[in-house]
Design a protein around this ligand. Structure first.
Ligand SMILES: C[S@@+](CC[C@H](N)C(=O)[O-])C[C@H]1O[C@@H](n2cnc3c(N)ncnc32)[C@H](O)[C@@H]1O
Length: 285
């Protein structure tokens, strides 16, 4: 019997056969939703210069051994596919828009190259310490993911620093004229200051079974990670494209933070999971 602490969101047998929406022909300012579709098709169909922020979490192809000669074709196919869809992103992003692409170390250089080729300015590569995954017997445990951060125009883009500052313990609280210099006292008597976030994120784990956001999707991103990106690189009312939506994490957080969103996912069961999460969010309001 499942533990009562297990909060994983699952589809009922009725939900598993429910209709899923496909991308409407015309997107208006009021359109928000998760749609079943293939991303290259969707990127060709979507309006030009429409989204302020794109968050893409593509499949990593990790089941393939790219070091094996017999699999060269597959590596090339993946490379060509990445070039194709990354090349379509500038068309749908506003000229002051931002883009984040998640990947693991094996594909990281491939995405860097694809972003350059597509004309993006790369501003950073964030490393997220995932803190989950099996250890390997003859290798270091795979415990990180990269998130490429790029913009169309490095002179004009949104970055809301104050929204994403993080608290840090102050070891030597310094006073000026008897008053704390940029720190504050917490109720437990320790001192803390809000600091600039770095490109190494160690404070969020992958969702697990006792967390209410957890679903059956095998590679679901934590809401906290997506929230940091959305708060930094968009404003309420902005339009966000959730590419490779999976269980809908980016769409759910966009909705919670009052942004418009379009999620694109090819697997109908994952679309249904995302839609279910949006409904759960509605009920909380
Ligand atoms: C890494 S997962 C995304 C997980 C998601 N960020 C979440 O939090 O649940 C990648 C997803 O892309 C979907 N996918 C793969 N190829 C696709 C394509 N060509 N078009 C649309 N979706 C695709 C897969 O079904 C999978 O759910």
């Amino acid at each position: 019997m499942a533990s009562p602490l297990n909060k994983t969101i699952r589809l009922s047998s009725k939900e598993k056969v429910s209709e899923v929406d496909t991308l409407p022909k015309k997107i208006t300012r009021m359109t928000s939703g998760i749609f079943q579709g293939e991303i290259i098709q969707a990127l060709n169909d979507l309006q030009k210069n429409y989204f302020n922020l794109i968050i893409a979490d593509p499949p990593y192809n990790t089941g393939r051994d790219f070091g094996n000669d017999s699999d060269k074709q597959t590596e090339n196919e993946y490379r060509e596919w990445v070039k194709r869809w990354v090349g379509l992103l500038p068309r749908v992003l506003t000229s002051d828009g931002s883009l984040y692409i998640c990947c693991d170390w094996r594909q990281s250089s491939l995405y860097e190259e694809a972003l350059h080729n597509a004309g993006f300015s790369i501003l950073n590569r964030i490393t997220w310490k995932r803190d989950k995954g099996r250890g390997a017997a003859k290798n270091w445990k795979q415990n990180m993911e990269d998130i490429w951060y790029a913009v169309r125009d490095k002179k004009k883009y949104t970055f809301n620093l104050e929204e994403v500052k993080i608290p840090k313990k102050v070891i030597a609280p310094y006073k000026e004229n008897g008053k704390p210099k940029d720190w504050y006292l917490k109720s437990d008597g320790t001192a803390e200051r809000m600091t600039h976030p770095s490109n190494i994120w160690t404070d969020m784990t992958v969702p697990f079974w006792s967390m209410p956001e957890n679903t059956e999707h095998p590679t679901q991103k934590p809401e906290a990670l997506i929230e940091r990106i959305i708060r930094a690189s968009s404003n309420p009312g902005d339009k966000i494209l959730d590419l490779f939506s999976g269980s809908g994490t980016t769409s759910v957080v966009s909705k919670r933070l009052c942004r418009k969103f379009i999620g694109i996912e090819m697997n109908p069961d994952y679309v249904r999971l995302g839609v279910k999460r949006l409904q759960i969010l509605d009920k909380k309001k």
